[in-house]
Write a protein that binds this ligand. Sequence first.
Ligand SMILES: Cc1ncc(COP(=O)(O)O)c(C=O)c1O
Length: 388
Amino acid sequence: MDAPARLAARVDDIEPFHVMEVQTAARALEAAGRDVVHMEIGEPDFPTPQPVLDAAQRAIAGGHLHYTSALGLPELREAIARHYAEHYRVEVAPERVIVTAGSSAALLLVMALSVDRDDEVLLADPGYPCNRHFVRVLEGRPVGIPVGPETRYQLTADLVDRNWRDPTRGVLIASPSNPTGTTVPHDEMREIAAVVARRGGTLIVDEIYLGLTYGEAPGSVLEFAHDAFVVSSFSKYFNMTGWRLGWIVAPERHVRNLEKLAQNLYISPAAPSQRAALACFEPATAEIVEQRRSAFEARRDFLVPALRDLGFGVPIMPSGGFFVYADCSRFSDDSERFCRQVLEGAAVAFTPGIDFGVHRARQHVRLAYTIDERRLAEGVSRLRGLLR
Ligand SMILES: Cc1ncc(COP(=O)(O)O)c(C=O)c1O
């Protein structure tokens, strides 16, 4: 018999998405004839905007399907740079924009650029789970810092400073965050940037949900932190998850090294996706995605008070993305079991906190408002039936 292949130690440290188990169980219920309200899914329910689909079809018909530069199509880099000027009042040179295979590849490239073996990267706990895995894959050490409502579930300058140690190389912040939907206030971000600069570290800000900000003007860290790495994506605001397209805005002196890494890791982002994404910056697309942003905001305004009324704790109103991170300790001290019970008892699917870290993870669940208001209302009414 063959000896079992020896796997790299890192594989054991990478956890699967628990939400996938929720989804599998939900699909099994559906196969058995139940109608499930899906609030576990972290992608927009809206289809890709029609102008983007049209542009993709033109690109395919025209045969524009070869590798592009590893940095992306020049015209797309220019369009992204213009987007910063028009939306966020920030001048970004197109040469600083690197188009990537989703913000996932963007995060991996920035980590590959800055993390060596045993280097530490500070992250909020709860936070987006892949981040700690990217650090681990590169033999670095992710350091989760427990955060709660007192800091809007986000890192602060003080937390960054107090947790900084000799091996710390940088900080990664998502604002708005997945799973909490909360943002780092602009003044706080400015102070975080100052602490990281004083410490000689790297500040990485994931702004993938910045376009989906509600009730306040969205602001990019690029307004004041010229040395920060900003990671973003076409996935969420532009409803293009499956097209696998994102970008980095990097300090100019690092672009060449990021290009080298991208060339070697995946050669270039997908050509048809890039040509399609050019249409994201046309007025017709802008109108569509802005309407959808308003729809997300209306769903949030319905869901958060309804959850509070049911007895979930949502101490901070989420101001972006499409997630509510709710304290479920009134109902259970094991969010994984609670999610199973709710799925079986009410056919409503959402995600246990353990997908996002360890800090009070068993007392929290994440609900995604990536379904329309009618289905949200149905979900809330089923929860009311089960929990009261
Ligand atoms: C905070 C955050 N960052 C990055 C990503 C990765 O997205 P993509 O690779 O589709 O751009 C996600 C996806 O859910 C996310 O929630």
